[in-house]
Design a binder for this molecule. Structure first.
Ligand code: SP5
Ligand code: ZN
Length: 346
């Protein structure tokens, strides 16, 4: 397991959902309980190395990276905490209907700029957020380097998670897309084709978007059906199969709320078969454990045995594998769910 203590430094403070300020799901204790559970299972710890930010531009726009790196300081300089806004939070979104197809502007007011990059009201930024966002990318890159050096697999204990972050936008408790960063880094290390299999309870919309037109990275996601009223609501449908050169290189497998082990595992087997059929030379697992029975953020009903079996199914592909942590919010079971999955992977 690759860890970076900086991943604890992000404190979103709250999630604002339908205007109600609620406790954040992504708390630093998530890292603590996963690290403890994996430690008990005998997983050795590798500290993340530092990397410069230049390579991040392969999957994210320079504008998003610059915004994330600077927005907290600009927020403080703008006096927003003194107005009671203790976190960076959007209030206005440049929707297509608002902007009429006119050229995009950068609003003069910082409080209007936030919604250019942030697509929901649940993904706040505080003083330590950028440190943690970068630490998660370092953790990811270190895991890739372990695999490139010959390890059969490596697990990156990333926080905040990443799979909802697109090239230029963040949301869904995600800021930079660690799974996409891993896939891109594996590509740059001569794995000709890479598959991303996303088993987080929510659709991996950011990863899908980043690779949607690319034929060299296959993306597939097993998740609760957005048509049943679940995040990310607008994407994650089965008819999204890629575009242009990437046509056929995206597979969405939405599940009915309440689905337990059998349909979830059948979907993961389909995803694994598709990744093998694609000819993937390396695998990235977007390892969310929020499909579990006790998780507060999803209606899927997967058992810990189901997670172990998912690990076995994915491990049977026999590919060099980087697993990055995505969601999973039930603190008492979180670490054991990750442990069971990694044990199944072998
Ligand atoms: C990485 C990941 O799992 N992100 C989850 C994003 C989905 N969040 C949706 C939240 C919907 C409202 N939740 C209500 C509970 C308030 N704490
Ligand atoms: Zn999730």
């Amino acid at each position: 397991m690759v860890v970076d203590p900086g991943c604890r430094d992000h404190d979103p403070g709250a999630e604002i959902w339908i205007g109600v300020t609620t406790a954040p799901a992504d708390v630093a204790e998530r890292v603590t309980v996963i690290e403890a559970a994996l430690g008990e299972l005998g997983h050795p710890t590798t500290p993340a190395r530092e990397y410069d930010d230049t390579w991040l531009t392969a999957v994210h726009s320079a504008e998003l990276l610059d915004y994330l790196a600077t927005v907290w300081d600009r927020w403080v300089a703008g006096g927003y905490p003194d107005l009671g806004a203790g976190r960076v939070v959007p209030y206005l979104f440049p929707s297509a209907q608002l902007c009429q197809g006119l050229p995009p502007r950068t609003p003069t007011a910082l409080h209007a700029e936030v919604g250019v990059y942030c697509y929901d009201t649940m993904t706040l930024i505080g003083p330590g957020s950028w440190r943690a966002i970068r630490a998660a990318t370092h953790t990811t890159r270190t895991a890739v380097d372990l695999v490139v050096a010959g390890a059969p697999g490596a697990y990156a204990l990333t926080r905040p998670p990443g799979h909802h972050a697109t090239r230029s936008a963040y949301g869904g408790s995600c800021y930079l897309n660690n799974a996409a960063i891993a896939a891109q880094a594996l590509r740059e290390h001569d794995f000709a084709k890479v598959a991303v299999i996303d088993i987080d309870a929510h659709h991996g919309n950011g990863t899908q978007a980043i690779f949607y037109e690319r034929a060299d990275v296959f993306t597939t996601s097993v998740h609760v059906d957005p048509a049943a009223g679940w995040f990310p609501h607008h994407v994650g449908f089965a008819d999204e199969t890629g575009r242009d050169g990437g046509l056929g290189a995206n597979l969405n497998l939405p599940l009915t709320p309440g689905s337990g082990d059998a349909p979830w595992l059948a979907a993961i087997e389909r995803a694994a078969d598709a990744a093998a059929g694609f000819g993937a030379a390396a695998l990235v697992i977007a390892l969310g454990v929020d499909a579990a029975i006790d998780d507060p953020e999803s209606p899927l009903q997967v058992s810990i045995e189901g997670y172990h079996r998912a690990g076995e199914v994915l491990g049977a592909l026999g590919l060099p594998t980087v697993a990055v942590q995505e969601g999973g919010y039930h603190l008492p079971t979180l670490g054991h769910l990750v442990g069971a999955t990694l044990d199944g992977l072998g």
